[in-house]
Design a protein around this ligand. Structure first.
Ligand code: NAD
Length: 375
C-alpha cells in the first residue's frame, strides 16, 4: 500500500500547470513508496477554481499562508515569482513542510542563504527545480564527462535564447520588474545555464559580464507605460575552478528563438553538444575514434540504458519538455524514500545565486568579480 504524500502548490499558471501534470503522472511511470496527492492549489487570479478542477486538485485557496499552515500538507511547492520564494520557503520549512521551489531560488544570495538555513534547521527535504538536469541527454552528457570520455574539460559554452517580448508593444509583466523578478534574462534563463555548468564542469570562481535593456518602456495594462528594470540580454565570461573557461549568452529578444537552451563542452579528448529544442539527441565527438570515420555524431538518447528512459517507451519514441518535471518529482520521491537529500537542492540554488550576484556586480563595476566559496 502506497503512502499518501499531500502537496500544496502555490502558483497555478505556467509552472502551476507543469507541476500539476508531473504530480499526476509520476507514480504512473515511476515506482515510489509515496503516492502524491494534489491536495491544495493556490494562486491569486479569479480562474483559480477552474484551474484547480481541471488539474485535479482537491481544494484551492488564494492564501499561501493557509497552505503553509495546513497540518495536512507534507510538501509545499513554490511556483510563484521570485520575490515571494524566500518568505514562503522559510515559512513552509518552519511549519515542518518539505519544500520544492522554482528557479531561480531567490532574488539574491543573501535570501538564498537564509532559505538554506531554514530548511537545514527544520530538517526538511528541499529541491530547486533546475529541471533541465533531468533531460536524459543531459544525464548522458554528465556520465560521459564523469567517465573521462571528454578528457580534461577546457570550455563550456551555454546559450539560452527566447523572443517572447520582441515586440515593443508586448505589455509590462512581472518579469520586467526587478523588485519582483530580481533580474531579467540573466537570471531567468541564465540560472538554468549556470546550474548546468556547475553540474557538468564544477564551481565557477570568477565572472565578467555585460547586460542590456533594448526596450526601456512597455505598455502597462493599467494605462501608462512602465519602465523596464530587468535586462533583455546578457553576456558573461567565467573561469571554473578546474581551469576551464566559460562563455554564457542569454536573451529574451532573439528573434525566431522560442526556448533555445543549448550548451557545448569541449575537452582534451572530445566534445559534446546539446540543444533543448532537439532534447532527445546528444551530439558527440571523440578524438579516439577511428580517424577515417571520426566526426560529430548524433546519439538518440532513447535507449533503455539511458537514465529514466526505461520507464517510458521503446527506443525512438521520444520524450518532451514536461518529462523533465516528472523526472524531478521522481528524484524528490526517491530522496524521501531513501532519506537522502534530493538534487538539485537549495544549496545548489545558492551556488547559482552567488554566480548571478557576481555577474550583476561585474556589470555594475565593469570588471572581473570573484564568486564567494561555500555551499
Ligand atoms: N523550471 C522552469 O523551466 C521554469 C519555467 C518558467 C518559470 N519558472 C519559474 O517559476 C516561477 C513562476 O513562473 P510562471 O511562469 O509560472 O509565472 P506565472 O506568472 O505564469 O504564474 C505565477 C503564479 O504565481 C501566483 N502568485 C503570485 N504571487 C502570489 C502570492 N503572493 N500568493 C499566491 N500566489 C501568487 C499567481 O497567481 C500565478 O498563479 C518563477 O520563479 C519562474 O522563474 C521556471
Amino acid at each position: 500500500m502506497k503512502q499518501p504524500l499531500r502537496f500544496g502548490l502555490i502558483g497555478h499558471k505556467f509552472m502551476g500547470k507543469a507541476h500539476s501534470q508531473a504530480l499526476h503522472d509520476v507514480s504512473f511511470f515511476f515506482e515510489a513508496r509515496f503516492e502524491p496527492v494534489r491536495a491544495v492549489l493556490c494562486g491569486l487570479e479569479d480562474d483559480l477554481p477552474e484551474a484547480a478542477a481541471r488539474y485535479g486538485w482537491q481544494r484551492w485557496t488564494h492564501s499561501w499562508r493557509e497552505v503553509v499552515a495546513d497540518p495536512e500538507i507534507d510538501v509545499v511547492v513554490i511556483a510563484t515569482p521570485g520575490n515571494t520564494h524566500c518568505e514562503i520557503a522559510i515559512a513552509a520549512a518552519e511549519a515542518g513542510r518539505h519544500v520544492i521551489c522554482e528557479k531561480p531560488l531567490a532574488l539574491d544570495a543573501e535570501q538564498a542563504a537564509r532559505m538554506c538555513k531554514a530548511v537545514e534547521r527544520a530538517g526538511v527535504k528541499h529541491l530547486v527545480n533546475f529541471n533541465y538536469r533531468r533531460v536524459p541527454a543531459v544525464q548522458l552528457a554528465r556520465q560521459l564527462i564523469e567517465q573521462g570520455r571528454l578528457g580534461e574539460i577546457y570550455y563550456f559554452r551555454g546559450t539560452y535564447w527566447q523572443d517572447w517580448p520582441l515586440d515593443p508593444a508586448f505589455p509590462f509583466v512581472w518579469r520586467f520588474d526587478k523588485a519582483i523578478a530580481g533580474a531579467g534574462s540573466m537570471a531567468d534563463k541564465g540560472s538554468h545555464l549556470v546550474d548546468l555548468a556547475l553540474y557538468l564542469v564544477g564551481d565557477i570562481v570568477e565572472v565578467a559580464a555585460t547586460t542590456e535593456i533594448f526596450v526601456r518602456e512597455r505598455p502597462a495594462p493599467e494605462g501608462a507605460a512602465r519602465r523596464v528594470t530587468t535586462d533583455d540580454a546578457a553576456a558573461f565570461l567565467a573561469r571554473f575552478r578546474s581551469g576551464a573557461i566559460g562563455l554564457f549568452g542569454t536573451s529574451r529578444m532573439s528573434a525566431g528563438h522560442k526556448n533555445a537552451l543549448g550548451f557545448e563542452v569541449n575537452g582534451s579528448r572530445g566534445s559534446l553538444i546539446f540543444d533543448l529544442e532537439r532534447l532527445n539527441e546528444l551530439q558527440v565527438y571523440f578524438v579516439g575514434d577511428d580517424r577515417a570515420a571520426r566526426g560529430f555524431r548524433t546519439i538518440m538518447v532513447t535507449e533503455p540504458v539511458h537514465r529514466y528512459v526505461d520507464r517510458w517507451w521503446p527506443p525512438g519514441h521520444v520524450l518532451g519538455w514536461e518529462h523533465t518535471f516528472i523526472h524531478q518529482y521522481y528524484e524528490f520521491l526517491h530522496a524521501l524514500e531513501t532519506d537522502t537529500l534530493p538534487s538539485p537542492n537549495f544549496h545548489d540554488g545558492l551556488k547559482v545565486q552567488r554566480v548571478l550576484d557576481a555577474v550583476e556586480q561585474a556589470v555594475a563595476e565593469k570588471r572581473w568579480i570573484g564568486v564567494p566559496e561555500g555551499t
